[in-house]
Design a protein around this ligand. Structure first.
Ligand code: SF4
Length: 353
């Protein structure tokens, strides 16, 4: 029987998502909670100058994605496919998302550590981060939504799997590009890509490489990032086979146990993709085994920061063979991330409104 959004709403709400309309949802990022309590912000606050307290992590297509990536911490087992059943109005979605977020944050208002003025400011998002769950380019009115965000004097981060290059082109044509566009790159060649992503698109690799080209074409039009999430080899088989996990295992044919995307042989493939996209920043991140990913992948495939840094440096060496300007620009141990770029540190800061 085909599942629909209503069937999984209560499950999502139990996991502290606020569900909005027919396809959207919002959750409070842990870094937002920390920032509200004056306990610091995320690495993007540190380097890009965004305000974690004012960050609204949401999705207009919460349970829709073309892929079922093996490393995804979101509930891909409950995915509803790649086409929304009902398309809500973008302004209505944003209004309701802001309200729902405010409600989710209310518990913080009374805490001694929370500055009341800062709390009030944080209730009006200064950043809309399309990174919660689902693939945002599936939402057909994304261009209007991004324009509305700009009208509200906020910035936007859009993270995409690259399966809809035509939507990214549409955003460009409609002058609706996000402040920062991030393309997720987990497998740098067709063979691994097909295994890793379990996509419903037969031409998933071709769509992805087309988007790599589109990212290259957007140079100078918006900030562009390539994100690598590195998973090291491991053989953890301490899986607890509860129902959704059984489903996950059958969907990945059990191979998730052995999969890795940080071998020596892949360095050249990553380098070629990066050179083609010529992004402003490359985020090399370590996989975190949390949420549903823990049940699929076990816990021993999380690389240490030192391993991520070493792998990033190998890519950097290869990049420098074609272009000497690449450098290791920044890194953050806590978030297990290394940033490669040809730009300078001062260029990392985002100009806000
Ligand atoms: S930018 Fe990302 S990590 Fe930082 S507060 Fe927003 S959602 Fe969280």
């Amino acid at each position: 029987m085909k599942r629909n959004f209503d069937d999984i709403k209560s499950d999502l709400e139990n996991k502290k998502y606020a569900v909005v309309g027919n396809s959207s949802g919002v959750q409070i990022c842990n870094w937002t909670k920390k920032a509200l309590k004056e306990e610091g912000g995320c690495w993007k606050q540190k380097f890009y100058g965004i305000k974690s307290a004012g960050c609204c992590q949401f999705s207009p297509s919460l349970m829709w994605c073309e892929h079922k990536c093996v490393h995804c911490w979101r509930p891909i087992e409950l995915s509803l496919g790649n086409k929304l059943d009902k398309v809500d109005d973008p302004i209505e979605i944003l209004d309701k998302i802001v309200l729902a977020r405010k409600k989710l944050m209310m518990g913080f208002k009374g805490l001694d550590k929370v500055n009341k003025k800062k709390f009030q400011q944080a209730c009006e998002p200064s950043l809309y981060s399309f990174s919660l769950s689902g693939e945002p380019t599936i939402y057909p009115r994304l261009d209007e939504m991004l324009r509305e965000i700009r009208k509200r004097k906020a910035i936007s981060f859009l993270v995409t799997n690259g399966q809809n290059p035509e939507m990214i082109r549409k955003l460009d044509g409609a002058s609706s590009l996000p402040t920062q566009l991030t393309l997720s790159t987990n497998a740098p060649n067709k063979e691994l890509y097909v295994k890793w992503h379990n996509s419903c698109n037969k031409d998933a690799w071709e769509r992805f490489t087309e988007t790599i080209g589109v990212v290259g074409d957007l140079k100078g039009k918006c900030r562009r990032c390539i994100r690598l999430t590195l998973v090291k080899p491991g053989k953890d088989s301490r899986f607890k086979l509860t129902e959704p996990n059984k489903l996950a295992q059958s969907q990945t044919q059990g191979f998730a146990k052995d999969i890795t995307n940080m071998t020596e042989e892949l360095v050249g493939d990553y380098t070629n993709l990066i050179l083609k996209a010529d992004p402003d920043f490359v985020h090399v991140k370590g996989f975190t085994s949390i949420g549903y990913a823990r049940n699929r992948m076990g816990t021993d495939k999380m690389p240490w920061f030192i391993e991520v840094r070493k792998y990033a440096k190998k890519i950097l060496t290869q990049l420098n063979k074609s272009d000497k300007n690449w450098k290791l620009l920044a890194s953050d141990k806590k978030s297990c991330v290394v940033v490669l770029s040809k730009l300078e540190k001062k260029d990392m800061k985002i100009r806000t409104f």
